[in-house]
Design a protein around this ligand. Structure first.
Ligand code: KG4
Ligand code: ZN
Length: 329
């Protein structure tokens, strides 16, 4: 089964062709990061316009790189939410045009399920599976007893992991995009500052990161006020270890309670090296899987893989599909 998929929920315009819910034949990703460096973050209106500019090129390029034509495509898939409405709309409209023009069935995909299914690229996950979704907009623990069976057991009460990386980066003077640069700088740093591990010992699976962000800000302010020299790489590393410890503890708790066989860590911040090391070294008896780095951030390939399993479940949408800024799993 060949699926042509579209993703435009935030600041990446992406179109992909995937095969049988496992193989990526092409995955064109046009990132808007360079445009938003100047603004220090995503500007929704500009993002929408950039999607419009890039989507036709991405579509043609995805087909060409897969060496296929629309005749070969069985389904058209698209991210329906959550995300920025204007940005989602471009991908949805493009997918509808293609689906109508070539008479192909249309499948809407939840962006978070897309992130989870990035772990299924050339990989079979084992159930019960625990997905730790850590992106710019979400931090969630999801138990899956089978494909397309999502049971969200916890999420963040405030900032998402990627969001707090971006905000802490700004506090310590690292330019946009904060997350990846903070990762790079923190690699040479030492965790010499103790920062709080919010809700580490709570009984549920909730997360909270805004207190950690404030604590990092307070730390920097007090070091500066007292004229104490510091290196941002050490603050970055101390912050990353605090985040990682919370993620590890909650993940381990869920592994035990739900008899988990495999953990998949997905979303933009699953690219983080300290989070990766901490989870791999801290989880012993259960397989821990991360998507390839290029499939951690937003991309259409993961949407195509997720769509395959939705189709297998008999769930197909139609041309009335609409964008949803908020959408639960
Ligand atoms: O999944 P994603 O591309 O978009 C959303 O669905 O939100 O995630 C983007 C987030 C950003 O907040 C970015 O700073 C973060 O992922 N991120 C990272 C790294 N690479 C991207 N955070 C920590 N370490 C990284 N290496
Ligand atoms: Zn995402």
């Amino acid at each position: 089964m060949y699926i042509l998929s579209f993703e435009s929920s935030c600041d990446e315009t992406s179109v992909a062709v995937t095969k049988d819910g496992k193989y990526v034949l092409s995955n064109e990703v046009l990132s808007q990061i360079d445009i938003f460096k100047e603004y220090g973050g995503v500007v929704p209106e500009i993002s929408s316009r950039e999607h419009v500019k890039g989507i036709t090129y991405a579509y043609l390029s995805a087909l060409k790189n897969a060496n296929l034509t629309m005749d070969d495509i069985d389904y058209v898939a698209v991210t329906e939410g959550p995300g920025l409405i204007g940005s989602l709309l471009t991908g949805i409209n493009a997918s509808k045009i293609v689906a109508l023009n070539y008479n192909k069935p249309l499948v809407g995909v939840n962006h978070l399920s897309g992130h989870i299914y990035a772990a299924c690229i050339e990989h079979d996950i084992e159930f019960p599976c625990l997905a730790l979704v850590i992106s710019g907009g979400h931090t969630e623990l999801v138990v899956m007893k089978d494909h397309y069976d999502f049971n969200k057991i916890g999420s963040t009460k405030d900032d998402a992991v990627g969001e707090v990386f971006d905000k802490v980066a700004r506090i310590i003077g690292i330019p946009y995009p904060g997350g990846p640069l903070l990762d790079k700088i923190g690699r040479d740093g030492k965790a010499i500052y103790h920062l709080p591990r919010p809700v580490l010992n709570s009984k549920d699976y909730s997360f909270s990161f805004s207190g950690l962000k404030s604590a990092t800000l307070n730390l920097v302010e007090s070091l500066e006020k007292d004229g104490i020299k510091y290196e941002i790489k050490d603050i970055a590393r101390s912050f990353e270890e605090a985040v990682s410890e919370v993620l590890l503890k909650k993940t381990k708790k869920a592994i035990e309670e739900y008899n988990i066989k495999e953990v998949v860590v997905v979303g933009g911040s699953a690219a983080n090296s300290v989070i990766r090391e901490t989870l791999v070294s801290g989880i012993k008896d259960v397989k821990v899987t991360f998507p390839h780095l290029k499939y951690c951030g937003d991309n259409a390939a993961m949407i195509g893989i997720s769509a395959y399993y939705k189709i297998k479940k008999g769930e197909i949408d139609d041309i009335t599909l609409s964008p949803k800024s908020r959408l639960d799993l």
